[in-house]
Ligand binder design. Structure first.
Ligand SMILES: Nc1nc2c(c(=O)[nH]1)N[C@H]1C(S)=C(S)[C@@H](COP(=O)(O)O)O[C@H]1N2
Ligand SMILES: [Mo]
Length: 391
């Protein structure tokens, strides 16, 4: 609770057990999660919030603009002293449990800036509309994560050669509060688990991870649907088959293996798990609707491409007929978004749209319009458009 309040509760030991401090206003998610008042609240049971494109202008997204996605109920009481992480599963010979202090002292510390995007970011644009949070543009961020490599921990435990996947288990409760049900339990193939950048993190942006983003421990697998990055991490199972936890099957975080017509019903066996996220970009300056009196405008934003890097960034002011190249920076590390900028020149007064298009290291570009429809509306990586009025 002190982490939510942002300060120590003096006389905290005298607070009757189960009584919540009134300073912890349960009805105001903005105050509760320390979010900017302009963020969009999509849902309150569970809480889901997203950012506006222009709020994502920083290279490292500060907490106040980081989207919130919860499948279940945020754990209330977290005791960091007694918190443990257990590694078990069919593919470890002997399960092993670590305290937070052991994890921190036993393994080297690593920091990476990692882009996390919800698989359903952009869902609101699909037609017919799929069920789920109607994310627009802002279910993405790039924070700095600090922790230990999952790889180092798995090597310490010792994993068998038949390991194919890892699955996480976390402390959040199912919405029904049924203790036998998981809110979500997803994971990644062993190859992704063993990557240098796959972290068991205990810090975000150089501070304890905020409660809503997974305090005190979070799995972070950058470049993959953010649902693979389990918050409030308690257990990782090393599996000898594809992890079959909650939200690994059916239409959850899966898309048709081959394209289907909008609205089609797709059989379970024809659905494939989303792995690396597709190439995408966001114009973070100016804000859409900008009114300018000068015919010159500096634009900027970020581009990212899942496991790939972004090779080229372009903009168009004539609805995609012609494109000009933007300046594009390298990422500070793999799986972090990349900064782009450009000086745009408008010819005459009037209404314009600036469109942005990224191309990844495989040569794949963003589609100008909404891509392939799928039952749950994942992977919309259409070009971002902003309106600009020159007068
Ligand atoms: N334990 C747990 N981890 C979770 C979730 C959750 O509900 N519970 N939601 C997942 C989903 S779907 C997303 S998009 C990201 C959101 O992370 P954020 O809240 O830090 O933005 O967390 C993922 N990890
Ligand atoms: Mo998500």
């Amino acid at each position: 609770m002190t982490s939510v309040l942002g300060m120590d509760i003096v006389f905290g030991e005298k607070l009757p057990k189960g009584l919540l401090p009134i300073g912890l206003d349960q009805d105001d998610p903005y105050a509760l999660f320390k979010k900017d008042k302009d963020m969009i609240l999509l849902n309150d049971k569970p809480y889901n919030m997203e950012a506006l494109a222009h709020q994502l202008d920083d290279d490292i997204t500060p907490n106040e603009y980081i989207f919130v996605r919860n499948n279940g109920l945020i754990p209330r009481e977290i005791d960091t002293e007694s918190w443990t992480l257990t590694i078990d599963g069919e593919s470890v010979s002997e399960p092993k449990t670590y305290t937070l202090a052991e994890l921190k002292s036993k393994f080297p510390t690593h920091s990476y800036q990692l882009t996390l995007e919800c698989g359903g970011n952009g869902r609101a644009e699909f037609d017919p509309p799929p069920k789920g949070n109607q994310w627009s543009l802002g279910a993405v961020y790039c924070a700095k994560w600090t922790g230990v490599r999952l790889k180092d921990v798995l090597e310490d435990v010792g994993i068998n050669s038949d390991a194919v996947y890892i699955g996480y288990y976390a402390a959040d409760e199912h919405l029904t509060r049924d203790p036998n049900k998981e809110a979500i339990s997803r994971g990644v193939p062993i190859s992704k688990a063993m990557m240098e950048e796959t972290l068991i993190a205990y810090q975000m942006n150089d501070q304890d991870i905020p409660l809503v983003h997974g305090h005190p421990l979070r799995l972070v697998a950058g470049g993959w649907p953010a649902s693979a990055s389990g918050k409030w991490l308690q257990r990782i199972s090393v599996r000898n088959k594809v992890h079959d936890g909650e939200k690994m099957g059916g239409t959850s975080y899966r898309v048709p293996c081959t394209p289907v017509a909008p609205g089609d019903k797709v059989e379970d066996e024809d659905m494939c798990i989303i792995e690396s996220m597709p190439v995408k970009s966001l114009i973070t300056y100016p804000k859409t609707g900008a009114m300018i009196s000068d015919k010159k405008l500096s634009i900027r934003g970020h581009a990212w491409a899942g496991e790939n890097s972004v090779r080229k960034m372009e903009y168009s002011i004539d609805f995609g007929s012609t494109w000009k190249e933007c300046d594009l920076k390298d990422a500070p590390n793999r799986l972090a978004w990349q900064r782009f900028s450009a000086e745009v020149e408008f010819l005459e007064e009037g209404y314009y749209e600036v469109w942005a298009r990224a191309t990844d290291s495989d040569g794949v570009s963003q589609p100008m319009l909404v891509p392939g429809w799928n039952p749950k509306g994942y992977l919309n990586n259409a070009c971002h458009r902003i309106a600009v009025k020159v007068s």
